[in-house]
Structure formats: structure tokens, C-alpha cells
Design a protein around this ligand. Structure first.
Ligand code: COA
Ligand code: AMP
Length: 631
């Protein structure tokens, strides 16, 4: 562990020299005055006084440095039968041009823009164009319903919305525009303008005076140059699920973000300019922001925008086809994708159809990498399979086996060790540090490294309350876990009401808020149960209001419809049972954790604060009737 240990120690003891050196790798219009500004704790800012532009670093500088003819983006879309490549020079033209479009619509530095797009290159162009102008984008994942989009419109108050006419999800064609129209109808804030990219598979109706056709606007737009921004100016807001229906607006700054991502490409992913790096995720998630768009492009790699699934587009060999066809060195995805592939092709026979000699590393994140999936992936691919742990808030990995520093022995079930910059500790509920092997709250000693969230959008207080108030001087990850004798981190799961469904972060609290509005429901509990493909899925138990008589199947259909409508299909909410009562503590707190343990067949300790232990027998029977545990 020599090299890793040295770097880690330097990053913690002397962050100025560590990150100052890393910052030399990107272009600045004006160098920073301070590497880390710690004059206003618990807020820390990186590279104060510095001026740069993220789009310049991701696009223009590569053209200036002779990479103009290198492919920047490969759009591979099995669902539309398209493969299209864009060089850095072409990406620069498209981005400068679309930045001109946005500028023409009145967007300037500091304005917000919502982007609601599927996995098409125009999503990258829209994000980069915002960065070019110093405008702040907020990408909303396409699987979220109008109501969720409306919440984000009201909170981020975009001047313009950029969207596509629709998405192709496997074999389904989904119209996006009616959803955008409904979201704008629902929101109090009304964006002035909406730019719609019309896809040939689905055509959107435009509202005169508000909606503009992307393809028409770019014909006459004046290309716009990069606008210098402060390192500390926001690049984007990405809303992520918290414990309630109100998502958290995670803010990412420009300077620290570019420095950290650039460093991570070398040191974590062992990837250099010119390599092909593929994150099979979606631009709507943090993985998409960091490792489909910004990380690989800032590094000068070729990135892949893949509009397809691991299975069914057309078969479980889809990932191997893309790797072999585009010479992919590194694939990053979520374990759920591998579980889906394994189910359809248990022997990995499809790997044999392709030459995978270019492929060097598989990185997995988004949820815990279960040892079974780890062993299966290692066996069929015969490359290092690297679990790494992070969150929307941090923007890049907290714990990993840093392939570019020094490969460490892999311990299945552990994302290895804290990445330089992250001082990870395990604390008990009273804030005492726990010894090796003891499970507790996984926290990070402040300051967080560059690239992590400086605050929540327009809400410093919520930032402090959500992340910094539990243990003074530490950032709370809300994950539970432990470290072993060798300092390896084990992340066992969330300690709050956030669940991970197929690598997508969702709030059970938000689902409960929707269910509670059903006229027949007196109270309810939603919690995540184990699912062999998606890792977790939500299920709901509801208590009816007195006098209400409703068939369980009708209740289930009602709630499935409501959650699809309000939150979106991505919630994967499918199962409900009606119960007479819910287990609670004497102070009235619903014991979701205990019910989850029963559903997963895990041992649990009878909570000492439980009001009536006999309810647990009823709940065990109900869950048994639903097929839990063992489903
Ligand atoms: N726009 C609109 N709807 C979307 C969508 C989008 N961008 N993405 C997903 N949905 C819909 C799906 O169509 C599906 O709807 P349905 O209930 O009507 O069928 C629902 O949301 C659930 O989607 P998903 O979780 O993707 O389930 P799936 O059964 O279609 O696919 C997997 C299962 C495992 C193959 C898929 O989840 C997957 O590829 N996961 C990879 C992990 C990943 O990308 N994680 C991101 C973080 S790294
Ligand atoms: P998101 O913000 O959507 O990236 O989700 C972050 C959460 O996903 C974390 O807080 C963890 O609970 C979980 N997570 C992500 N990666 C891992 C991992 N490698 N191991 C365990 N849990 C993970």
C-alpha cells in the first residue's frame, strides 16, 4: 500500500499542495488565490480567486491542443439502429452553436436551464453549451413524471427548458413533450422558453411563442465563446432523492469539479487522453454527469452515449458488442446491469462472440456490489472488477481501488479504501470513532475534497442540517458500514429512507407522501425489499380509513397508477398489502427497518421501544403472503 498510503496521507495533511498540483492539469484564465478557502467553516471553497470555463476544458482546449480530429463522442443507439461519431472539432462547433442559441434566447451567466433529454448527443451538447455560457444546468432524468419535473422547475426557476420530443425505451416510444407541458402547467414558475429537439421517431407539438425547434434555431445562431467563470461559480444543480418528497438540489462548482474529475480519470480509472471510456448510465444521474460527460471529455477521452439496455437491445451481449466495436478500455455501470445479464446468459456465452482484448477494467457503483455478482463478472470477463462507492453529493468516488495509483488486493464486498482527499471514519451514534470491524455511521471528516457539493441550491441551512449537523466536523453520508483491520471500507446500506432501485436513488418517504393522498388510506409505510435483479424494490403496506371497503387489487392498481403519475415509472412500485395496523414505537414512529428485515428474512432485534410486539406477527404473515422473504 506504499504509493497509495503516501498519496492519501499527503492529500489529508497537505491538501493545498496535493490539489494545487492536480489543478495545474486544467486550463485557467486566472490562477486561484487560495487552493482551499477555509475562512467560513463548515463551508469550504476550492480554488477561490481562480477563473476558468468547464466547457473550454472539456472541448475547446483539446481542439487547440491537436485533438480536433479525435472522436469525442460515440452515439451508439441500438434502439434507433444508429451509430454516429463526433470529433472534438465537431463537438466544439455544435456546442458553440447551441450556446449561441441559448444566448439568443436570453440565457447568460448565472441563469438556470433545465434539460430533460434521453441518451442522445444533444443532451451533452446542451449541458456543455450551458457550461460555455456560465449558465447553470439542471438535468432531470427522463423516467421522472411531470410532478417531479414541476418540483424541480419551481425550485431551480429555469429561464429555458431544453428537451427532446421523446425517448425510446427498449421497444417503447415515449413522448416527452406532453410531460413537459404538464410540468409547466403544474409549476408556479413558468420558464420563458422551451427548446425542443425533434427526433424522427416522435414529433412534438410546439406552443407558439414559448416553444422553439432546436433544428431551426441552430441554422441561424451565432457561435458563442466560452465565458470565464469563477472556480466557485455553480456549474450545475442535480436534484437527488432525500427522505421526503422534496429532493435535494446538489450544487457542483466549476473549478474543483474539473480538477477532481480530471484527477480521478488518471488515478482511479487509469485512463488517459485518447482512451475510450464508457459509463453505461444516463445523463440524468450523477454517473452520467461525471463519467459520461465531464470526466472523459475533460481528460480528452472518447466517451460513449449508449441509448440501450444491457439486455433486450437486442440481447445480453449488447455490452460486449459495444466494448468490442468501439475499443472500450473501461466500462462503468451498476451491478444491477450485470445481474440482468447474468439472468439471461448465466454462462456468459455472449462474451465469446466478441473480441474483448481492448477491455481492461470494469468499474461498478450505484449500489452495493454483492460478492456473487463480483465473482460472476470476474469469471466471465477476466479483467479487474472494481467496486467503488460514492454519491450524487460527492460527484466522484469516495472509496475505490485506485487503478492509476496502485492496484490493491480486492476483497469482495468492499469498495476497497478511501480515495485520496476523503478522510473516511466510522462513528457510533454518539460520535465516537469505532474500532475496525464495528459497524456504524460512515462519515467523512471535513473538509470534503474538491468536486464535492459546496452546498444545496439556495439553501445553506438545509445543507448544514442534512449533512453536517449529526456529527460536528464531519459530513454524514447516511450510509452504514465499517472498516476492517487493513482500512478497507465496507458500505452496507443506507440508514435513512432512501433506497436504490436498479442503481437509481429513490425516496420511500416521497412514495409515502403520494400514497397518503389516496382517499381510502389512513396511514402507510413504504420500504425497500431485496430484489434479485434490481437490488431493492419498494413495497407498500397501507391501513385503510375506518369504513373504507376496497379490494386489495383495486388499491394496488390505484397506488401503482398514482406513483407512476406523480414520481414516474422509474420508482418500480408494484406491490401493496392492506394491513390492520403498522408496527410503531411508543412515540409513534413507524418501524420500517424492522419490517424490512422481516421481508428480507434477516435476523432482527425486537426494538425496545416497540409499542405492541404482537403486530410484528401480523406483519410477518402479511409479508409471507406477498412472498417475502424469499421472493
Ligand atoms: N425515460 C422514461 N422512462 C424510463 C426511462 C427514461 N429515461 N428509464 C427508465 N424508464 C422506465 C422504464 O421504461 C420502465 O418503465 P415500465 O415500468 O413502464 O416498464 C421503468 O422506468 C423502470 O425502468 P428500469 O429500472 O430501467 O427497469 P427495466 O426493467 O426497464 O430494466 C435494468 C432493468 C436492470 C436492465 C435497468 O434498470 C438497467 O439497465 N440498469 C442499469 C443501471 C443503471 O443504468 N444505473 C444508473 C446509475 S449507474
Ligand atoms: P446516488 O446518489 O444515486 O449515487 O446513490 C448513492 C448511494 O448509493 C450511496 O449513499 C450508497 O447507499 C449507494 N451506493 C453507491 N455506490 C455504492 C457501492 N459501491 N457500495 C455500496 N453502496 C453504494
Amino acid at each position: 500500500m506504499g504509493k497509495y498510503s503516501d498519496l492519501f496521507t499527503q492529500s489529508i495533511n497537505d491538501p493545498e499542495s496535493f490539489w494545487g498540483e492536480a489543478a495545474e492539469q486544467i486550463d485557467w484564465y486566472r490562477k486561484w488565490d487560495r487552493v482551499i478557502d477555509n475562512t467560513n467553516p463548515p463551508f469550504f471553497r476550492w480554488f477561490t480567486g481562480g477563473e476558468m470555463n468547464t466547457c473550454h476544458n472539456a472541448v475547446d482546449r483539446h481542439v487547440e491542443n491537436g485533438r480536433g480530429d479525435q472522436v469525442a463522442i460515440i452515439y451508439d443507439s441500438p434502439v434507433t439502429d444508429t451509430i454516429k461519431k463526433y470529433t472534438y472539432r465537431e463537438l466544439l462547433d455544435l456546442t458553440a452553436n447551441f450556446a449561441g442559441v441559448l444566448k439568443g434566447l436570453g440565457v447568460s451567466k448565472g441563469d438556470t436551464v433545465i434539460i430533460y433529454m434521453p441518451m442522445i448527443p444533444q443532451a451533452a451538447v446542451a449541458m456543455l453549451a450551458c457550461a460555455r455560457l456560465g449558465a447553470i444546468h439542471s438535468v432531470v432524468f427522463g423516467g421522472f413524471a411531470a410532478h417531479e419535473l414541476a418540483i424541480r422547475i419551481d425550485h431551480s426557476k429555469p429561464k429555458v427548458i431544453v428537451c427532446a420530443s421523446g425517448a425510446i425505451e427498449g421497444k417503447k416510444i415515449l413522448e416527452y413533450k406532453p410531460l413537459i407541458d404538464k410540468a409547466i402547467e403544474l409549476s408556479d414558475h413558468k420558464p420563458e422558453k422551451c427548446v425542443v429537439f425533434q427526433r424522427s421517431q416522435v414529433s412534438a407539438t410546439l406552443k407558439p411563442g414559448r416553444d422553439y425547434d432546436w433544428q431551426e434555431l441552430v441554422k441561424t445562431a451565432e457561435p458563442a465563446p466560452c465565458v470565464p467563470v469563477a472556480a466557485t461559480d455553480p456549474l450545475y444543480i442535480l436534484y437527488t432523492s432525500g427522505t421526503t418528497g422534496m429532493p435535494k438540489g446538489v450544487v457542483r462548482d466549476n473549478g474543483g469539479h474539473a480538477v477532481a474529475l480530471n484527477w480521478s480519470m488518471d488515478n482511479i480509472y487509469n485512463t488517459r487522453a485518447g482512451d475510450v471510456f464508457w459509463a453505461a448510465s444516463d445523463v440524468g444521474w450523477v454517473v452520467g454527469h461525471s463519467y459520461i460527460i465531464y470526466g472523459p471529455l475533460i481528460k480528452g477521452c472518447t466517451t460513449i452515449i449508449y441509448e440501450g439496455k444491457p439486455i433486450g437491445t437486442p440481447d445480453p451481449g449488447a455490452f460486449w458488442r459495444v466494448i468490442s466495436e468501439h475499443n472500450v478500455k473501461v466500462l462503468f455501470t451498476a451491478p444491477t446491469a450485470f445481474r440482468a445479464i447474468k439472468k439471461e446468459d448465466p454462462t456468459g456465452s455472449y462474451t465469446k462472440k466478441y473480441d474483448l482484448s481492448c477491455f481492461k477494467y470494469l468499474f461498478l457503483a450505484g449500489e452495493r456490489l454483492d460478492p456473487d455478482t463480483y465473482h460472476w463478472a470476474t469469471e466471465i470477463l477476466k479483467v479487474p472488477v472494481i467496486d467503488h462507492w460514492w454519491q450524487t453529493e460527492t460527484g466522484w468516488p469516495i472509496a475505490a481501488n485506485c487503478m492509476g495509483i496502485e492496484p490493491l488486493p480486492i476483497k469482495p464486498g468492499s469498495p476497497t479504501v478511501p480515495v485520496p482527499g476523503y478522510d473516511v471514519r466510522i462513528l457510533d451514534d454518539a460520535g465516537h470513532e469505532l474500532p475496525a470491524g464495528r459497524e456504524g455511521n460512515v462519515v467523512i471528516k471535513l473538509p470534503l475534497p474538491p468536486g464535492t457539493l459546496p452546498t444545496l441550491w439556495l439553501d445553506d441551512e438545509k445543507y448544514k442540517k442534512s449533512y453536517l449537523s449529526h456529527f460536528k466536523g464531519y459530513y454524514t453520508t447516511s450510509d452504514g458500514g465499517y472498516k476492517d483491520e487493513d482500512g478497507y471500507v465496507y458500505v452496507m446500506g443506507r440508514m435513512d429512507d432512501v433506497i436504490n432501485v436498479a442503481g437509481h436513488r429513490l425516496s420511500t418517504g416521497a412514495m409515502e407522501e403520494v400514497i397518503a393522498t389516496h382517499p381510502g388510506v389512513a396511514e402507510c409505510a413504504v420500504f425497500g425489499v431485496h430484489d434479485s435483479i434490481k437490488g431493492q424494490i419498494p413495497i407498500g403496506l397501507v391501513v385503510l380509513k375506518a369504513g373504507v371497503d376496497i379490494e386489495p387489487s383495486t388499491m394496488t392498481a390505484d397506488l401503482v397508477g398514482m406513483i407512476r403519475n406523480e414520481i414516474g415509472p422509474i420508482a418500480c412500485y408494484k406491490e401493496t398489502s392492506i394491513v390492520k395496523r403498522l408496527p410503531k414505537t411508543r412515540s409513534g414512529k413507524i418501524l420500517r427497518g424492522t419490517m424490512r428485515a422481516i421481508a428480507d428474512g434477516r435476523e432482527y432485534r425486537m426494538p425496545s421501544t416497540i409499542d405492541d410486539p404482537t403486530i410484528l406477527t401480523e406483519i410477518t404473515e402479511t409479508l409471507g403472503g406477498m412472498g417475502y422473504p424469499g421472493k
